[in-house]
Design a protein around this ligand. Structure first.
Ligand SMILES: C[S@@+](CC[C@H](N)C(=O)[O-])C[C@H]1O[C@@H](n2cnc3c(N)ncnc32)[C@H](O)[C@@H]1O
Ligand code: SF4
Length: 324
């Protein structure tokens, strides 16, 4: 069956045009809500701020009341929820119910996950929610590379679990299955081998570059790897490259577990807060003065003016293009 990514309809809009073009096309409500139902995580990935414990925000789980309020505002709109954020969404005790609820209200749902909670029973229940899209996160392309950054010997088991989902979904319409990884110095041949392995168990493979900005190098025992990643980290910082146009403030809004409504999905430390769902609506924040001011700054790529944006960069254009 030929499948299309359920969020392609949104990506076709949000990934195109300059900031100035986007200023004339601001939707009345965000097209996508980046939804963090928890920032707790059961992994300690050494390249991630959550994994290394360096993110400053308090940790917690979204309250039902907050989620209900979100659903009331989102119901019936042509929008998508991306269950991602700075933790592991499937750890939220009401994760499956939240997906069901969103789907019942016409919202397209995507999950990005470390896959740790996936067993055959969970997979069956997840398919029953009619979730539209699931993305599994790897780092590296083999057991050793995965273990180095994700700190767990789970590479083969994760591939096995994805295979279960692929098989149990069969010809059903949902979910669309993506495998995503990011690489450092893997060879073309190693990447190709991973691509071959994944082609049998997913609809789409995404390969990016690992951002080393937050990496805890002290956790790397192998001297050679340590030296290599330290050097790559330095190179990445030197070669900082701006996004052509960031879609966050023009098309996307972020909701944190504690109701905080933020302008950017990478706002780990609550620097660009627009409001809180306890007191404000998403609509109000989306159309508010603060968000509008951010848009005006980013429309002319004036990243330096914003505290979070000034340090944000697109590592080598994010998508792996072969040798750079
Ligand atoms: C922060 S995680 C949250 C969701 C979930 N815990 C997971 O690992 O998929 C979201 C995504 O960011 C990616 N990620 C985190 N740190 C990264 C880094 N330094 N470079 C590249 N990707 C990174 C993860 O691989 C994952 O796909
Ligand atoms: S990348 Fe995901 S799984 Fe790894 S520590 Fe960060 S939030 Fe957890």
């Amino acid at each position: 069956m030929q499948r299309e990514h359920p969020l392609k309809q949104f990506y076709n809009i949000i990934d195109h045009g300059s900031g100035e073009d986007k200023m004339g096309l601001i939707p009345e409500f965000p097209r996508i809500i980046e939804l963090e139902i928890t920032n707790h995580c059961n992994f300690q990935c050494i390249m991630c701020k959550t994994g290394t414990g360096t993110a400053k925000r308090k940790r917690g789980y979204m309250a039902d009341e907050t989620y209900e309020k979100l659903i009331r505002e989102a119901a019936g709109r042509k929008i998508a929820f991306k269950f991602v954020g700075q933790g592991e969404p499937t750890l939220h005790p009401r994760f499956l119910e939240y997906i069901k609820k969103a789907k019942q209200n016409g919202v397209i749902c995507h999950l990005t996950t470390n896959g740790s909670m996936f067993d055959k029973s969970f997979i069956g229940q997840l398919i029953d929610t009619q979730i539209d899209s699931v993305k599994f996160s790897f780092q590296g392309v083999d057991r050793e590379g995965y273990m180095e950054l994700r700190g767990k010997d789970d590479f083969d088991h994760l591939l096995e679990k994805i295979g279960w989902l692929y098989e149990l979904r069969g010809e059903k319409e949902f979910p669309y299955i993506t495998v995503a990884t990011s690489v450092t110095n893997e060879s073309k041949e190693e990447i190709e081998e991973f691509r071959q392995k994944c082609s049998r168990i997913c609809d789409n493979l995404e390969i990016g570059i690992t951002t080393l900005e937050f990496i805890d190098l002290s956790k790397i025992k192998k001297k050679q790897t340590h030296e290599l990643l330290a050097k790559m980290k330095e190179d990445q910082t030197r070669k900082k490259r701006r996004y052509k146009c960031c879609h966050q403030v023009f098309d996307v809004i972020t909701l944190h577990w504690n109701g905080s409504i933020n302008a950017c999905c990478a706002d780990n430390d609550d620097v660009m807060v627009l409001g809180n769902l306890a007191e404000n609506s998403i609509q109000e924040c989306w159309n508010g003065k603060k968000e509008q001011a951010y848009r005006e700054i980013l429309a002319v790529n004036d990243y330096e003016k914003l505290p979070l944006c000034k340090d944000c960069y697109d590592v080598y254009g994010w998508t792996y293009q072969g040798d750079e």
